[in-house]
Design a protein around this ligand. Structure first.
Ligand SMILES: [Zn+2]
Length: 722
C-alpha cells in the first residue's frame, strides 16, 4: 500500500511530510544530537586512553578510532565494529630530503610509474643519514629494478599476525586491517604531516554549499594523512604500495555534520545494509565509505538551506542520484583525492549495472523500500509514524537512547580497565619482585609527564582535550597497585605502614566506587585494624547503591553483551552524567601476587589456580589476570564484612554479611567472576563449620568454571582426593 501511495506522488508536500516522519523514526533509534555527541565523546575518550596507556609502556604511537562508532553515525541494529588505526610516530614520512629528521626512521614517498593515484612507494633511508639505503637489511626491504630499496607493506601485518599467534588468539585479516575479533578492526600505519599533490584541487574547487569552510580547509592541511599498508587491487607490485588515507580529514569533516546530515547518512547506510547489498547478493558491495563520500559531495554541492528536517527525503535522494550517476560513468570519485575510483576492487561493470537498477527502483519509488528496512525496526517505525497508530511493539525512543548510553559507558569503562590491566601491569606483575614492582609503578607515575608532552605534540586537538581526564584515571589506578604492593611488603615484614603509603591510598581512592576502598579495607583487616576496616567497608556500602554498575576488565563477558542495570542507565541518561564517569561504576578488585599480604588468605588460592597447565583452556587472551586474585567488588565487600565481624565477635552482623554475600552471588547479571564469588561462599561455610555446604559451594564453582579455578584446590583440600 505504501508503495502505491508513495509512487503516486512526485515530491512537494508528500516529501515534506515523509521527511518529518523519517526524522522522527531516526530519532526513535537514537540518531539524535545528544546520542551522536555521546558516541563521539566516548570513543574519542577511549582512543585517548589507549594512546596514553601505550605511550606509558614506551610505545611511540598514537591511536585513533575511525568509522561510525566515533562519528556517531551508527545505530544498535547496524552492529558496527570498532576501527582503530595505530600510527607509529617513530617513522617520519618525507616528500623530499630537506624534511629528513635525525633520531627518526625516515621513509621517502616515491610516486613510482606503476602506482595508482592513491598509492605511493616508501623508499628506505640510511640510519642517521639523509641518504637512500644502499643495502637491504631484512626481507621487508625490497630492491626494485630501478635500483631503489622500498619498504614492503607486509611487515606490519606480519607483526600483528605474530602477536595474535603468541597470545593464542584468532587472526582475522581483511585488506590493511587485522584483528582477533569480528567486533574490531586494527590497522598499523604511518602518519604523513603533509598532503600529496593529488589532494591539491580539493582545496580550490568551487563549493556552492560553502562547505567545508576556509577554516576547516586550513585545519585539514595541518592534519595531513596516513599511509596504510594496502596496495592497489590490480597492481602487480601491490606489496610495495602504500595507500594514502586522509582519514583524519574525513573525521574532521564528519564532526562538522549536524543532525540532519547524520540522519541523511544513516538512512543511506540502512538502505545499503538491508536493501542494496542484499539485492547485489554478495557480488560486490556498496560500502559505508561510498555512502560517506556521497554525503560529502552532497554537502559541498547543495545550498545550506536544503539541509532542513522537512527536506530529508530530498537530501537522501540527491545522494542516491549521485551514486547512480557514478555507476553510469563507471567512476566513483574520491572526495579528497583526484583520479581515484572507489569502484576499483569493489564493483565490476556488471555489478555496477545491478547497483544502478536497485538505486533506480529506490529513487523512482520515492524511497518506498525504506518501509522494508528491518534494522532497528526502521521500516515499521516509519509506517507507525505514517499511520499514527501503534502497529508493533517497539522499544520507545527514551529506552533506546538509555540503552545506547549504558552501552557506551560499559564499553569504555571495560576497555579502559582491560588496557590498564593487560597493557600496563601484565609484564611487570609476571616478572618483578614486590620491591621492583613498586619502583616500576612509581617510575610510570612520574614518567608520564614526558609521554604526555610527546602525545600533545603529535596529536590533534580533539584527542588532547581528553588527556587530562585519562591522565588522572590512569594515575589513580597505578597508585592503587603501588599502595597495595608497598603495604603488602610492610605487612610481610611486620613493618609500620608509613605516611607515604597512606598518601598513595588516598591518591587512588576514587578509581571507582569500590575497588581501592575495598583493597584498603582488606589491608586494614590483614593488619588487624578491625574497626578502621569496618569504617571503610560501611563507607563502600553507602556508596554502592543500586545505581552503581559493576565493570570487569578481564573480558569474562563481552561488553557488547552486557545489559547494564536499569537504574544506572536512567541516571546516566537523565543527569547527563559523563558516560566515562568513575563515580558510578565498581571495578572488579584485583590483587597481584605482589600484593598477597593485603589480601585475605583464601584469595591466595586464586593466585595459584593453575592446575596441570589449564590456563590455555580458558581465555587465552587474558591469561595474565589468571595469576592474580580477581573478585567482583560487591561479593568481596560482603566477604570482608563477614571476616571482620567474625574477628570482632559480632555474630549478628556476621550472619547478615553472609546472607548479603549469597544474594550478591545470585545477581548473575552483575557478576563477572561468579566462580570466585562461590569460592568465597564456600569458605564462609567452612568457617561456619558446615563442610558439606562448603564442598557444595566449591563444586558449584567448579561447575561454573571447570578449569583454572581455585575451587579445584579447595575441593582437594576438603576431600583429600588428588
Ligand atoms: Zn574482572
Amino acid at each position: 500500500m505504501i508503495l502505491c501511495m508513495m509512487a503516486g506522488f512526485a515530491s512537494g508536500w508528500f516529501y515534506d511530510v515523509m521527511s518529518l516522519r523519517l526524522v522522527a523514526a531516526l530519532e526513535d533509534i537514537g540518531v539524535t544530537e545528544l546520542i551522536v555527541g555521546r558516541r563521539r565523546h566516548a570513543f574519542l575518550m577511549d582512543e585517548s586512553a589507549l594512546t596514553e596507556i601505550l605511550q606509558l609502556r614506551g610505545n611511540n604511537v598514537v591511536c585513533y578510532h575511525f568509522g561510525s562508532m566515533t562519528e556517531g553515525t551508527t545505530t544498535p541494529g547496524m552492529w558496527s565494529d570498532v576501527d582503530t588505526l595505530t600510527s607509529d610516530e617513530f617513522v617520519n614520512i618525507i616528500f623530499d630530503w630537506p624534511e629528513w629528521e635525525g633520531g627518526k626512521y625516515n621513509l621517502l614517498m616515491v610516486k613510482h610509474a606503476t602506482c595508482s593515484p592513491q598509492h605511493y612507494r616508501l623508499q628506505a633511508t640510511q640510519s642517521g643519514l639523509p641518504l637512500a639505503l644502499a643495502v637491504p637489511y631484512d626481507e621487508y626491504c625490497v630492491r626494485d629494478t630501478d635500483g631503489r630499496i622500498y619498504i614492503s607493506n607486509q611487515e606490519l601485518g606480519h607483526i600483528l599476525q605474530q602477536d595474535s599467534a603468541e597470545s593464542n588468539l584468532p587472526y582475522i585479516h581483511s585488506g590493511p586491517s587485522h584483528s582477533s575479533s569480528e567486533s574490531f578492526d586494527s590497522v598499523l600505519a604511518y602518519r604523513c604531516r603533509k598532503l600529496p599533490t593529488e589532494c591539491n584541487s580539493w582545496f580550490t574547487r568551487p563549493r556552492p554549499g560553502n562547505w567545508p569552510t576556509p577554516e576547516m580547509l586550513q585545519t585539514a592541511r595541518e592534519l595531513g594523512c596516513f599511509l596504510v599498508p594496502d596496495g592497489h587491487c590490480d597492481s602487480e607490485f601491490s606489496s610495495l604500495e602504500w595507500r594514502v588515507s586522509p582519514s583524519l580529514i574525513e573525521r574532521h569533516l564528519m564532526f562538522s555534520m549536524t543532525s540532519i546530515h547524520i540522519q541523511c547518512y544513516v538512512t543511506i547506510k540502512l538502505l545499503k545494509k538491508d536493501i542494496i547489498n542484499p539485492y547485489l547478493n554478495g557480488e560486490g558491495k556498496l560500502t559505508s565509505f561510498h555512502c560517506k563520500t556521497a554525503l560529502f559531495f552532497a554537502r559541498e554541492q547543495l545550498q545550506p538551506d536544503m539541509w532542513t528536517v522537512d527536506r530529508l527525503f530530498d537530501c537522501v535522494i540527491y545522494c542516491l542520484k549521485l551514486i547512480r550517476d557514478w555507476t553510469i560513468e563507471g567512476h566513483f570519485p574520491h572526495y579528497i583525492m583526484d583520479e581515484v575510483n572507489l569502484f576499483d576492487g569493489k564493483l565490476n561493470s556488471e555489478q555496477r549495472n545491478k547497483l544502478r537498477s536497485i538505486l533506480d527502483i529506490i529513487i523512482d519509488t520515492h524511497l518506498a523500500p525504506l518501509a522494508f528496512v528491518e534494522a532497528d525496526d526502521l521500516g515499521v517505525r516509519l509506517l507507525h509514524n505514517v499511520y499514527t497508530v501503534a502497529i508493533w511493539d517497539m522499544t520507545p525512543r527514551k529506552a533506546v537512547c538509555q540503552k545506547i548510553t549504558g552501552f557506551l559507558s560499559v564499553y569504555c569503562n571495560t576497555y579502559r580497565l582491560l588496557f590498564l590491566g593487560s597493557l600496563v601491569l601484565s609484564d611487570a606483575s609476571a616478572n618483578h619482585t614486590p620491591d621492583v614492582l613498586c619502583m616500576y609503578l612509581h617510575s610510570l607515575i612520574t614518567r608520564r609527564q614526558t609521554f604526555q608532552q610527546l602525545h600533545r605534540h603529535h596529536s590533534e586537538q580533539t584527542i588532547c582535550r581528553y588527556d587530562a581526564v585519562n591522565k588522572d584515571c590512569i594515575r589513580k589506578y597505578l597508585y592503587q597497585h603501588l599502595a597495595s604492593t608497598a603495604a603488602s611488603i610492610c605487612l610481610q615484614h611486620g613493618m609500620q605502614i608509613g605516611n607515604r603509603i597512606w598518601s598513595w591510598y588516598s591518591a587512588a581512592i576514587d578509581t571507582d566506587v569500590a575497588s581501592t576502598r575495598l583493597k584498603l579495607a582488606s589491608m586494614l583487616y590483614c593488619k588487624g585494624e578491625l574497626m578502621m576496616a569496618v569504617d571503610v567497608l560501611e563507607d563502600v556500602e553507602r556508596r554502592y547503591d543500586n545505581t552503581v554498575q559493576a565493570i570487569c576488565g578481564c573480558l569474562t563477558k563481552s561488553p557488547f553483551k552486557i545489559q547494564p542495570r536499569e537504574s544506572f542507565v536512567e541516571l546516566l541518561y537523565e543527569e547527563d552524567t559523563d558516560v566515562l564517569s568513575s563515580n558510578k561504576v565498581a571495578h572488579c578488585v584485583r590483587f597481584l601476587r605482589q600484593e598477597a599480604f593485603c589480601a585475605p588468605p583464601i584469595l591466595h588460592y586464586e593466585m595459584v589456580r593453575e592446575v596441570e597447565g589449564d590456563f590455555r583452556h580458558r581465555y587465552p587472551e587474558v591469561f595474565t589476570w589468571l595469576e592474580w586474585a580477581v573478585v567482583d567488588s560487591r561479593p568481596f565487600l560482603h566477604y570482608l564484612k563477614y571476616l571482620t565481624f567474625r574477628s570482632l565477635g559480632l555474630r549478628h552482623r556476621q550472619v547478615q554479611a553472609v546472607h548479603s554475600l549469597l544474594l550478591s552471588a545470585m545477581d548473575i547479571q552483575n557478576l563477572f567472576h561468579s566462580e570466585t564469588a562461590m569460592n568465597l561462599i564456600g569458605h564462609c561455610f567452612e568457617m561456619e563449620g558446615i563442610p558439606d555446604l562448603a564442598l557444595f559451594a566449591f563444586q558449584t564453582s567448579r561447575d561454573l568454571m571447570p578449569r583454572a579455578n581455585a575451587a579445584n584446590l579447595h575441593i582437594r583440600r576438603l576431600t583429600g582426593v588428588l
